[in-house]
Structure formats: C-alpha cells, structure tokens
Ligand binder design. Structure first.
Ligand SMILES: Nc1nc2c(ncn2[C@@H]2O[C@H](COP(=O)(O)OP(=O)(O)OP(=O)(O)O)[C@@H](O)[C@H]2O)c(=O)[nH]1
Ligand SMILES: [Mg+2]
Length: 277
C-alpha cells in the first residue's frame, strides 16, 4: 500500500554542491529533518556522496549531499580528484542543482566555474547564498548581489537566486517552492501562434543585432518535444548563427515568455537558400 502511494508522487532529483564549508551538509540535514550528514567547521568534512529522500507537496525528492569542490590547482590528492569526478557525474544525472555559496566568502571564480559546469549539462541551477544570519544588513546584501550578477553575469537569466540560513532554517522552504515552480516551467509547451507572435513582436521592435552590416533574423521557431525546453530556430542566413545573435534571441525569448531560471536549448538552423520564403 505504501509503495503504491509513493509511486504516485512526482519525482525530483536534487543535489547540493559548492565549495567546502559552505553549509551543504547543514542544508541536507535540515531538508531531511534528521542529522544524517556530519556537519563541522573543519574544511572538507564530507568525503562521499550521501543520498536520502523526503516528501514535499506531493513530490518525492531524492537529495544528494556532496564533498566540497575546490579549484583544480588546489587539489593535490588523487582521492579528492576522484570525488570531484563523482560529483561531476552526479550533476549529469539530476534535474536540479543547488550551488551553495557562503555569504562571508561571497561568490568566487570557483562558483562561476561550478555554475558553468551545471549549465553545460542543461540542468536547472539555484545559486543559494547561505549563512545570511551572519550579515548585518541582509537586504543590502541581496540587492547588491542581484545587481552585481544582473550586470556582470551573462547567464543571469538562466539562473535562480536565493538567500538562506541553513542553520536557522530561514527561507529554505522558499527554495523548494521555487524548484516546484521551475519544474512546471520546464514542462511548458508553447503553441505555434505564441511562437509566431514572439517573432512578430521582434519584427516590430526591429532591433536585431547587425553583424558586419548584415541583419540576421529568425524566420521560424518550432518546439521539439524533449525532457527540456528545446527549440529549433531557422534563420535567414546560410552561415552559422553568430554568438551575438544567439544571445540576443535567447534573452528576448526568455523575457517574452517569462522563462527565467530554466535551461533552454536553441538549435539554430541556417537556410540553404536564405532568400527563399
Ligand atoms: N552562521 C551559520 N553557519 C552555518 C550555516 N550553515 C552552515 N553553517 C556552519 O558552517 C560550517 C560548515 O557547515 P557544513 O554543513 O559542514 O558545510 P559543508 O559545505 O558540508 O562542508 P564540507 O563537507 O567540508 O564541504 C559549520 O560550522 C556549520 O555550522 C548558516 O546558515 N549560518
Ligand atoms: Mg559537508
């Protein structure tokens, strides 16, 4: 009977990654409401992947705690290298990743590297700043972080941002709720008229980036049925779509359809004969 009940739950795989000491095991235990993974101020405490399950709003979460990930040039130990590879492999097998960042250290190059790794695997990523209880002015920190990333991080529209205290159980549920919302977004099906309307809106704005004086335009977009949001974009050029254009299209698309914080794959397809209609 119990087996049957749990099979009705929708499943979500979630892993927590981040630098050593960012509070991964603390968050892991809080989400599971039991002390499973050892917590401590000692650097590199967690040495193995730890896995457990919990239920939240009709969903069965499989949660993973992972060893802290340091920069490659700080690793002298083959065991640590092996552990890193395990985490990299795990990222490819889950849907959602929480990248935990200690607010006192703030975001570093290593965090951006880890975020890139997750985004390359086309997973949904939550950049979660932890230990906000240690801040004098939490609101100011949030605003500054948001503004900084919006300005300086080209993947800003692809990520989700949160601020928590794992230790004090502050705002942890809000992260879970956002993950559930995110899952719904990932399953969006956009209709043909909606996609056409998007192209019309772009045409009206007429702000296509010019590359060597040539304006590249999307002619047609079609959604392909896949596990993730996947679109084929046909363009009016026989050459490969330039990066500038790809970024322009992706950002416009995310803003138009309010698809922030989810992975989207755009497959740009050049025309054999760009002048044919
Ligand atoms: N003030 C404060 N301390 C926290 C918070 N979360 C974790 N800590 C502390 O940070 C230290 C590291 O916590 P862990 O959960 O062991 O960190 P970890 O990321 O699992 O570390 P590794 O396993 O070494 O990678 C511990 O001393 C925790 O008590 C928090 O929200 N606020
Ligand atoms: Mg740990």
């Amino acid at each position: 009977m119990e087996m049957q009940m749990s099979s009705n739950l929708s499943k979500i795989d979630l892993c927590i990654i981040g630098k050593p000491n960012s509070g991964k095991s603390t968050l892991f235990n809080k989400l599971l409401k039991k002390y499973i993974s050892n917590v401590g101020s000692q650097y590199g405490l967690t040495q193995n992947l730890i896995k457990d399950q919990f239920e939240f709003k009709n969903h069965l979460f499989t949660l993973y705690d992972t060893p802290g990930l340091r920069r490659k040039n700080k690793i002298y130990d083959t065991n640590e290298e092996k552990r890193n590879k395990e985490v990299t492999k795990l990222i490819k097998n889950v849907e959602f990743v929480i990248l935990l960042i200690d607010v006192i250290e703030n975001i570093t190059k290593q965090d951006f590297r880890l975020a890139d790794l997750v985004l390359k695997s086309q997973k949904s990523i939550f950049l979660v700043f932890n230990k906000i209880d240690l801040l004098d002015d939490q609101l100011k920190f949030k605003k500054q972080t948001q503004q900084f990333l919006e300005k300086n991080y080209s993947k800003y529209l692809t990520i989700n941002l949160d601020f928590i205290s794992a230790k004090n159980d502050t705002k942890i549920l809000s992260v879970l709720n956002k993950i559930l919302k995110n899952k719904k977004l990932i399953n969006s099906k956009l209709s043909k008229p909606d996609l056409k309307n998007f192209l019309n809106t772009l045409d009206k704005k007429n702000k296509y980036p010019k590359i060597k004086n040539i304006e590249i335009r999307p002619k047609y977009i079609v959604q392909i049925n896949k596990q993730i949001l996947y679109f084929k974009v046909f363009i009016n050029s026989k050459n490969k779509a330039p990066k500038l254009f790809c970024r322009f299209l992706e950002n416009s698309f995310r803003n138009h359809f309010k698809l922030k914080g989810v992975p989207i794959v755009f497959d740009f397809i050049s025309s054999k004969n760009p002048f044919a209609n």
